[in-house]
Ligand binder design. Structure first.
Ligand SMILES: Cc1cc2nc3c(=O)[nH]c(=O)nc-3n(C[C@H](O)[C@H](O)[C@H](O)COP(=O)(O)O)c2cc1C
Length: 375
């Protein structure tokens, strides 16, 4: 019997993928300012990582101005941003690649200096990220997070609407699909998890109520795209940005079994063995495996990410734990990662100092393997 591998084809929605080495969504904070629109440098970066029949998931992009938590992140709510993304999409399509956009709202993982009008960030409840976790203000000062303002029940439909509009904007920009960012401690996860959601309305309390916002956003985005071009990303055992549910099984079992009948393009996990946002090297030992635990609840395509080597990725696919693997950090430093993994070529190490912000250095200047052979 032939087991599937990273280099077996895979059907995702209407797309016939030629391999299963995916680019994980990666915030790089290099959009044009003040428009926060993608620029030619961003198009070059994505085109470098595009392969015929390969799926790229573009970086998390806020669907509204209050959804930002970092400077230089590209948005998906203005005409200029749509036009900038169109250039990125065209460059990827020119190489035969497929590209989804990740839709984002950070909720409390922000600072008033980054908010329109300097107001407090919003969240399901007025619960601050623990003071020992730091963030940066718009002018670069390192500070603790503020206590966010709890959203009024009447404001929530407007945020769901912003996701719908962001999805429509992504369609207009020419993307092939969208992924909803429900991971890493951002707004959707703040609704899901009990310590950040203390609401007493229909969006808080029971697991079913805490899952309501995720479901409303997902259904709104499906109305724009059709389910088979929409993915959802979750991090059930993640600890990024002060997140972490004490007992993730009941919550995430409910969320996943609620999403399953929608017929989504895929479900995408972040395994807890990476830090989630790449800011530190975390070597979790004996942590649970989201793909192993939750796969039985998911009938569709399952992508996962988090500290995978090519070998570990092939094993996960061959064992049936996941259908595809998204690579983050090693795809940053190896623009031709699919080819390197296919041939077992050595990998260029990544430089964490250039992950977030800056220009071409550490972004578009990592060499391809063939260029290395020439030196
Ligand atoms: C620089 C950087 C930026 C990231 N930005 C995002 C993001 O925008 N959206 C997201 O869902 N995950 C983000 N992540 C998490 C990655 O998508 C991925 O899940 C994580 O890095 C684990 O995969 P890896 O071990 O292959 O790097 C980011 C990670 C890094 C290192």
């Amino acid at each position: 019997m032939n087991f599937p591998s990273l280099f077996s084809p895979l059907q995702i929605g209407p797309y016939h993928l030629k391999h299963r080495v995916m680019l994980a969504p990666l915030t790089r904070m290099r959009a044009a300012r003040p428009s926060l629109a993608p620029r030619p440098l961003n198009a070059e970066y994505y085109a470098q990582r595009a392969t015929p029949g390969g799926l790229l998931i573009a970086e998390a992009s806020p669907v509204m101005a209050s959804g930002f938590g970092n400077p230089g992140v590209p948005g998906i709510y203005s005409e200029q941003q749509i036009a900038g993304w169109r250039e990125v999409v065209d460059a990827v399509h020119a190489k035969g690649g497929i590209i989804f956009l990740q839709l984002w709202h950070v909720g409390r993982v922000s600072h008033s200096s980054l908010q329109p009008g300097g107001v407090l960030p919003v969240a399901p409840s007025a619960v601050a990220i623990p003071a020992e976790l730091k963030t940066s203000t718009a002018d670069g000062q390192v500070v603790s997070y503020e206590t966010p303002r709890a959203l009024e029940t009447s404001e929530i439909p407007g945020i769901v609407e912003a996701y719908r509009q962001g999805a429509a904007n992504a369609l207009k920009a020419g993307f092939d699909g969208v992924e909803i960012h429900g991971a890493n401690g951002y707004l959707i996860e703040q609704f899901l998890q009990s310590h950040t959601n203390l609401r007493t309305d229909q969006y808080g309390g029971s697991i079913e109520n805490r899952t309501r916002f995720l479901m409303e956003v997902t259904k709104a985005v499906i109305e724009v795209w059709g389910a088979d071009r929409v993915g959802v990303r979750l991090s059930p055992y993640g600890v990024a940005n002060g997140s972490g549910e004490a007992d993730p099984m009941p919550l995430y079992s409910h969320a996943i079994t609620s999403l399953d009948p929608l017929g989504l393009a895929y479900l995408h996990f972040i395994e807890p063995r990476s830090s989630g946002t790449g800011r530190a090297e975390v070597n979790h030992q004996n942590v649970p495996s989201a793909m192993v635990l939750f796969r039985p609840l998911w009938r569709g395509t399952l992508i996962t990410a988090g500290g995978f080597s090519g070998e570990a990725a092939n094993a996960a696919i061959a064992e049936g734990h996941a259908d595809a693997i998204a690579f983050g950090r090693i795809f940053i430093s190896n623009p031709d990662l699919p080819r390197r993994l296919a041939h077992g070529f050595p990998l260029t190490p990544y430089n964490r100092a250039t992950f977030y912000g800056g220009d071409a250095a550490g972004y578009t200047d990592y060499p391809e393997h063939s260029e290395l052979e020439k030196v």
